[in-house]
Design a protein around this ligand. Structure first.
Ligand code: NAD
Ligand code: ZN
Length: 252
């Protein structure tokens, strides 16, 4: 007997036949890796709100504070492992000719799970660069922070910042354009573990549907766009996605 699955046979069939698939993920896909939200219990960091740290003014006012917060977040992410949901998406990529994984996450877990065609809309926490000359920073450059001084660029002395999109900053134009193109040509679009309230990422599933894609949401609870999709598969991504990938594999 088939175990109960929260998705339709139509979704499996469409994925099995699809030439092009695009996926949008949000923080929910990393929840089962223990990276639920910005607001993880983190000692002194509970006293700060992300909005107060993740912006360029806060950074320029107090670079070592913001650098230390990101060092803390990098440590959490380094200790975490990709979960079954990340791994299932990496497997789906091997089954479908044209597959684009668009993520709002900065935790690098999709790449570590083996996904290759990843579009990072909000950057990546594991990379840093000079705020002035943009030179990529090495691990060793960031260690200056340990002495209580802000970590600086060895070339020009500018402060080093994480390569993430802060509040008030534009999304990388090229990544957004690549995401839009993938949404436009997708036969099937999956919106996974995102509340779909943060724009412009939240409009990508709608764009895909307007262009004819079958759109399915995977979430533990219906999101803001649940009324505008073809189906909602309720359940944790780490349970739903491996079953979906297995069903597609069996059909392809
Ligand atoms: P969000 O926190 O607004 O929404 C998370 C969604 O995931 C919710 O709809 C929730 O119902 C769902 N969810 C929770 N657990 C789930 C599970 N196990 N399986 C499936 N769904 C689950 O996150 P968002 O939509 O990504 O937007 C918030 C912003 O915060 C983003 O811009 C993102 O860049 C940033 N952020 C990133 C990370 C990360 O890199 N891991 C973590 C926190 C926040
Ligand atoms: Zn520099």
């Amino acid at each position: 007997m088939m175990p109960h699955v929260p998705f339709t046979d139509a979704l499996v069939e469409r994925l099995a036949r699809a030439r092009s698939v695009a996926v949008l993920t949000g923080a929910g896909i990393s929840a089962e890796s223990g990276i639920a939200t910005f607001r993880d219990p983190g000692g002194i960091w509970e006293r700060f709100r992300p909005e107060e740290l993740a912006n360029v003014r806060a950074f320029l006012r107090n670079p070592e504070l913001v650098q230390a917060w990101y060092a803390h977040r990098r440590a959490l992410v380094a200790e975490a492992e990709p979960n079954a949901g990340h791994l299932a998406l990496a497997e789906l990529e091997t089954l479908i000719p044209d597959f684009t994984l668009i993520t709002q996450n900065v935790d690098d877990l999709h790449r570590r799970a083996g996904s290759r065609n990843v579009v990072e809309l909000h950057g990546n926490l594991t990379r840093s660069s000079c705020i002035d000359c943009r030179r990529p920073a090495a691990e060793a450059d960031l260690r200056m922070l340990a002495s209580g001084e802000p970590a600086r660029c060895p070339d020009c002395g500018g402060y080093l910042r994480p390569d993430v999109v802060w509040f008030g900053e534009m999304l990388p134009v090229e990544a957004l354009e690549t995401a839009h193109e993938a949404a436009r040509r997708a036969d099937v679009f999956l919106s996974i573990g995102t509340s779909a309230v943060v724009y412009p990422a939240a409009e990508i599933p709608r764009l895909a549907r307007e262009q004819g894609a079958y759109v399915a949401e995977v979430n533990v609870a219906p999101s803001a766009i649940a009324g505008d999709v073809d189906e909602v598969a309720l359940g944790p991504a780490g349970t739903v996605l491996p079953r979906l990938a297995a069903a597609v594999r069996a059909r392809r």
